[in-house]
Design a protein around this ligand. Structure first.
Ligand code: HEM
Ligand code: HEM
Length: 184
């Protein structure tokens, strides 16, 4: 079970810190950091690594039968933390221009984060065990079934968006590195 909002507060704190650094860069350079230069490129790369961790680590832990490090709920909290901070860094990378495939990738990134919040809302309301059922008391077996069905339906949206997002991100990265970095 996911309890409390710790990961949301930590993500908020990290975003405030990153915003502070971004503001300092804007202040000293007197310009918006371009996506292809040191700072803009840097936040893009680190943000994207965090997003890749979001896409893979929780799923790997969920499916691994042999090695079972750490609690599932901790991994989900980490999923949510990196799933917010990573996209935020990538947003600062864009230099607020959204042309072509890079713009489409940004849109998919925003959609998956919003979808994540919806999933988190449903997820935190589903008791996983019979204990949970007793604690909830009023929640009938039928309502529980419905909530699980809703989560399954949500998975069929959240997961393909993630796949589309990474395909378009790799196309953008390949094209950006080729045209904007290597050809310079
Ligand atoms: C999901 C991850 C990413 C998203 C959503 C994203 C989005 C964007 C956007 C919106 C732009 C501005 C495009 C424009 O000028 O209209 C941009 C530029 C750029 N991105 Fe990314 N980006 C991501 C990851 C990366 C990564 C990991 C790299 C490098 C390894 C990268 C390299 C670049 C470069 C070099 C530019 C500048 C292109 C130019 O100056 O024409 N991006 N990106
Ligand atoms: C870069 C952004 C994100 C990506 C790429 C991503 C990707 C994924 C993937 C692939 C899964 C399926 C895991 C599995 O069942 O194997 C998943 C599940 C989930 N994600 Fe995300 N996610 C992102 C952001 C978020 C955010 C921001 C939240 C919450 C605010 C979130 C909440 C959830 C929840 C609650 C689940 C369901 C866990 C379960 O059913 O076991 N995600 N995500």
């Amino acid at each position: 079970m996911l309890r409390g909002n710790k990961e949301l507060w930590l993500a908020f704190l990290a975003m405030a810190l990153i915003t502070g650094i971004y503001a300092l860069v804007v202040f000293f350079t007197r310009s918006i950091p371009p996506a292809g230069e040191l700072f803009g490129h840097g936040v893009g790369i680190v943000g994207f690594v965090l997003m890749m961790m979001t896409e893979t680590l929780y799923s790997l832990r969920k499916r691994s039968r042999t090695v079972q490090w750490g609690r599932m709920s901790t991994w989900l909290q980490f999923h949510i933390f990196t799933g917010i901070v990573g996209p935020y860094m990538v947003l600062l990378h864009t230099s607020w221009k959204f042309n072509g495939i890079a713009g489409a990738t940004t849109l998919l990134t925003i959609i998956i984060v919003v979808s994540g919040f919806i999933g988190r809302y449903v997820f935190t309301r589903i008791p996983r065990t019979m204990d949970g059922l007793e604690i909830e008391g009023t929640l009938s077996q039928e309502a529980l079934k419905q909530a699980r069905r809703l989560l399954a339906l949500w998975h069929t949206v959240h997961i393909p968006i993630g796949i589309a997002l990474f395909i378009s991100a790799f196309v953008h990265i390949g094209a950006a590195l080729y045209y904007a970095t290597l050809l310079k």
